[in-house]
Every structure is written in structure tokens, then in C-alpha cells.
Design a protein around this ligand. Structure first.
Ligand code: AR6
Length: 168
């Protein structure tokens, strides 16, 4: 699984074909990684997002990267954690599957994911990380177009959690 990489830092700095945004259903920006991506991409990203008519939870939509070093941004909407009885796990699985599928359709060879739903949306970090790693591994097993999939961790706690689960 040497195509999977772990990186600690800011996803907006990465020069990859695509970065994934943990957006909300409006796709019109917000806080956390979404806010950072919109700030770094500039207002053209907001203008393109306005034309997309939002995005349901678990699905994904693609835009250009504008002032970011990345060519594309794949916007996906993670579930808000409400205790685990509202299909939160399935919806998070869908975020990874749909983002990766959209990447393949756009000939993307390198992609970086933030820890979707684990911030403002309160999804338990360990469960979210297991889902993220399992879904990416499954996808890579059936696909050889990706050269690199990077998990980007913004804080030490997230990083050490990914490190532990990746090496388990
Ligand atoms: N680079 C990489 N990861 C980051 C960055 C960054 N620049 N900034 C934050 N993170 P969150 P969610 C991490 O809250 O839980 C927004 O308002 C952060 O530390 O950004 O899916 C949207 O508009 C955490 O580990 O996303 C939605 O309303 C992870 O990214 C809502 O938040 C996800 O945290 C989405 O909530």
C-alpha cells in the first residue's frame, strides 16, 4: 500500500491533482478546512460553487482549483455525527467512494483527503479513520490509475490516530 501517504499540515499547500474539501450541503463555504480552501482558492471558487446547486450528504462535486496549487477541488459533504443511528457510517463511506470515483472520471492521479466529518461535524475520529483507510484501500485494490492518495492531518491527534490505524 505504498500509494497511500500520510501528511501532517495544511491541505491547501499541496501540489496534487486534486484535494478533497469537507464541505456542507450548500457548497458555499464555511469554517475549518472548507474555509481554508475557499480563502486560498479565491472568489472564483465561490463563483463556480454557486453554479452547482449544492450537494447532498455523501455525494461529491468537482471544481477547478483556481489560486490553489491543486488543479481540482472535489467537494464532498460528510455526515454530521448524531450518535451513529442515522446512517452516519454509510454516508461517510459514500464520501470516500464518490470522491474517488469522480477523481477517476477526471483522470486524477494524485489526491489528498482531509479527515472528513471529524471536526465541526463531530464524527468519532477513530471510526472515521478506519472508514477512510478501509475505503481507500478497497478502491486502490480495484484501480491502478491512482499514483498517490494522501491523508492530510491538520493536528497531532489526528496524525497519530491515522499513523496507528495505517500500521495496524
Ligand atoms: N488542512 C487540512 N485539514 C484541515 C485544515 C486544513 N487547512 N483545516 C482544518 N482541517 P472540519 P467537518 C481539519 O471541521 O467536520 C465547515 O464549516 C480539521 O482539523 O473542517 O467535515 C463546513 O462548511 C479536522 O481534522 O470539517 C461544514 O459546515 C478536519 O479537517 C463543516 O465545517 C475536518 O474538520 C464540515 O465539518
Amino acid at each position: 500500500m505504498e500509494r497511500i501517504k500520510l501528511h501532517k499540515g495544511d491541505i491547501t499547500k499541496l501540489k496534487v491533482d486534486a484535494i478533497v474539501n469537507a464541505a456542507n450541503t450548500t457548497l458555499l463555504g464555511g469554517g475549518g478546512v472548507d474555509g481554508a480552501i475557499h480563502r486560498a482558492a479565491g472568489k472564483e471558487l465561490f463563483e463556480e460553487c454557486r453554479t452547482l446547486n449544492g450537494c447532498p450528504t455523501g455525494e461529491a462535486k468537482i471544481t477547478k482549483g483556481y489560486s490553489l496549487p491543486t488543479k481540482y477541488v472535489i467537494h464532498t459533504v460528510g455526515p454530521v455525527w448524531n450518535g451513529g443511528k442515522y446512517k452516519e457510517e454509510n454516508l461517510l463511506v459514500n464520501c470516500y467512494k464518490n470522491s474517488l470515483r469522480l477523481a477517476v472520471e477526471n483522470k486524477i492521479k494524485s489526491i489528498a483527503f482531509p479527515a472528513i466529518s471529524t471536526g465541526v461535524y463531530r464524527f468519532p475520529i477513530e471510526l472515521a479513520t478506519k472508514i477512510a483507510i478501509r475505503e481507500v484501500k478497497n478502491f486502490l485494490n480495484n484501480n491502478d490509475t491512482f499514483e498517490k492518495v494522501i491523508f492530510v492531518c491538520f493536528d497531532e491527534g489526528t496524525y497519530s490516530n491515522y499513523k496507528k490505524i495505517l500500521s495496524a
